[in-house]
Design a protein around this ligand. Structure first.
Ligand SMILES: Nc1ncnc2c1ncn2[C@@H]1O[C@H](COP(=O)(O)OP(=O)(O)OP(=O)(O)O)[C@@H](O)[C@H]1O
Length: 283
């Protein structure tokens, strides 16, 4: 019920936008232009099918939350959105994912390029442990080509500023990344993803290993980043989805059960299973 109260409060604070979004959605019109379009996506680990024909559209420069109980396929889904799923031995995908109208699974598409355009941040901070703060952020830029040193330094600073970390690290850029706190390390990983100027940012439970203060900073940061990036966030925390996401998708057993404006999902779910989940009856 607490979740509903939080969502109701959020909905009450943005009555016009939530109401408008619902009206538009009923007419079948998305609030913003489409960035990512998923069509009939199924995924397997070996013989085991864990995603069943998922279709959904993700609006540009908006935050889309993926929620659902443990094991329902949230991480698998977002790993399919940048072709990370296929790096697991025996894993495979059927269906299409269009980014700006182009299928990332079309023959001839280089998955490495897809992963540069669609950055990902994982559950636990994953800085390269032997590298400095600077080198962590510069790593993707160096892989990508031959940028001159001053330009690399400029891009590193921009990325650290965008990730709201610059002021905390500008005097110790050569210190090891592991010297940072967990929350700072997660913002460093966000900076590393931003440095290569992606179109889309995928966040897989980015705050699950963080304390409430570090979580709040990441949520503020993500909210700010949506001005420039399309963001998909997997979260176990329904209050977090209610706080940051424009739209929320609820998954169960590898199926998309309900998808819509976050305020509608949390206050007026259409499917009984969504209602049972958000009111804590299972999961
Ligand atoms: N590498 C893997 N090999 C085999 N099965 C896997 C693998 N990763 C995930 N699975 C299975 O796929 C299903 C979906 O897992 P996934 O991690 O996508 O769910 P999730 O909703 O993100 O779960 P959680 O919230 O616990 O992180 C689960 O049944 C899981 O056991």
């Amino acid at each position: 019920m607490e979740v509903l109260r939080v969502a109701e409060r959020d909905a009450a604070s943005t009555p016009a936008s939530a109401g408008e979004a619902n009206t538009r959605e009923r007419k079948g019109v998305m609030e913003s232009s489409i960035k990512l379009s998923v069509h009939g996506l199924s995924a397997w680990y070996g013989d085991r099918k864990v995603l069943h024909g998922v279709s959904l559209e993700v609006g540009a420069k908006a935050i889309t939350a993926i929620i659902g109980p443990s094991g329902c396929g949230k991480s698998t889904l977002i790993r399919c959105l940048n072709r990370m799923h296929e790096v697991v031995p025996g894993a495979r995908v059927e269906g299409s994912v269009y980014v700006d109208g182009a299928d990332i699974y079309a023959p001839g598409v280089d998955p490495v390029m897809v992963r540069r355009r669609i950055g990902m941040v994982f559950q636990r901070p994953t800085p390269f442990p032997t590298m400095s703060i600077f080198d962590n952020v510069a790593s993707g830029l160096r892989l990508g080509g031959r940028l001159p040193k001053p330009q690399i330094a400029e891009r590193v600073e921009q990325a650290l500023r965008a990730a709201a970390l610059w002021d905390e690290v500008k005097d110790r850029l050569n210190a090891p990344a592991t010297a940072l706190s967990g929350g700072q390390q997660q913002r460093l990983c966000i900076a590393r993803a931003l440095a290569v100027d992606p179109d889309v940012l995928l966040l897989d439970e980015p705050t699950s290993a963080l304390d409430p203060a570090a979580t709040a900073r990441i949520e503020d940061l993500v909210t700010e980043l949506k001005q420039r990036y399309t963001i998909v966030i997997v979260t176990h925390n329904m209050q977090q989805a209610a706080r940051v996401a424009d739209r929320t998708a609820f998954f169960l057993n590898g199926e998309l059960i309900e998808y819509g404006p976050t305020s509608a999902i949390f206050t007026r779910p259409r499917d009984k299973r969504t209602e049972d989940y958000i009111t804590g009856r299972f999961g």
